[in-house]
Ligand binder design. Structure first.
Ligand SMILES: CC(C)(COP(=O)(O)OP(=O)(O)OC[C@H]1O[C@@H](n2cnc3c(N)ncnc32)[C@H](O)[C@@H]1OP(=O)(O)O)[C@@H](O)C(=O)NCCC(=O)NCCS
Length: 212
């Protein structure tokens, strides 16, 4: 298999939205909104186009990763800008062949070259600790409410950048999408059955879990 990773271009937009829908459909909730998120995110000032990549096999896009800027703020509101990815998607038929890992490794290398000090995400530790992500608690980075979510994970790109201070993680409002608009947007795609999968329960549990 010959995978190449390149920057996303405008011509890729629809194909990326279709693949995002295929990857997320029924996974965390019945149906999904992530394809609408992708559609909206690219217009947001916090979108990092220099970190939007697609994975291509035989000229077909099989995976993608997208980032927004994010921040950590200390008690005196001094901030460090960080990068946050999501969604990351690989078409179901192409999963478990190293494509997701390759997208994370490639984009984190480019993030470092652009001067980002860390990548901070919400995600399943199973998917990301193998790529060097650690619990945000290890860096004294809480969420905006001062809690330490199980899913809040940090990949330090500059060693020691968070040392000796407590931080709050602040996300871009690019992730706040309107559910009604997302449902309307989905009508542009071929109909797909919304249904329950046990992965929705796993997500429901993990997204309410906190450390400490
Ligand atoms: C999460 C996601 C992006 C991962 O992409 P992926 O291409 O499957 O990731 P990888 O192939 O790099 O790794 C997945 C697994 O395949 C294994 N793998 C990688 N190459 C392999 C190969 N050649 N043969 C067998 N297994 C392989 C990895 O070791 C890993 O195993 P593990 O989960 O048991 O640790 C993908 O599953 C996806 O799109 N999911 C739906 C959307 C989603 O949940 N996104 C993340 C939101 S938090």
């Amino acid at each position: 298999m010959n995978i190449s990773i390149r920057h996303e271009t405008e011509q890729d937009y629809r194909e990326v939205e279709e693949l995002t829908r295929e990857a997320f459909w029924n996974l965390y909730v019945p149906g999904c909104d992530e394809h609408y998120l992708v559609h909206q995110m690219r217009r947001h000032p916090d979108f990092l186009s220099e970190l939007a990549f697609v994975a291509v096999v035989d000229s077909k896009i099989v995976g993608n990763i997208m980032y927004t800027r994010s921040w950590v703020a200390d008690a005196s509101n001094q901030r460090i800008e960080t990068a946050t990815f999501g969604p990351i998607s690989v078409l179901p038929a192409w999963q478990r062949q190293g494509i997701g890992g390759a997208l994370i490794r490639h984009s984190s290398k480019i993030a470092l070259e652009h001067g980002y000090k860390a990548i901070i995400i919400h995600g399943h530790p199973h998917n990301y600790c193998k790529h060097g992500f650690k619990s945000s608690m290890d860096f004294n980075i809480s969420d905006a409410e001062g809690k330490f979510p199980y899913s809040l994970l940090v990949l330090e790109l500059e060693k020691g950048v968070f040392a000796e201070r407590n931080w709050r993680y602040l996300t871009s409002d690019a992730y706040n999408i309107d559910a009604h608009a997302a449902a309307e947007f989905d009508k542009q795609f071929p109909p797909k059955q919304k249904e329950y999968r046990y992965t929705q329960e796993e997500f429901h549990i993990a997204s309410r879990a906190y450390l400490g």
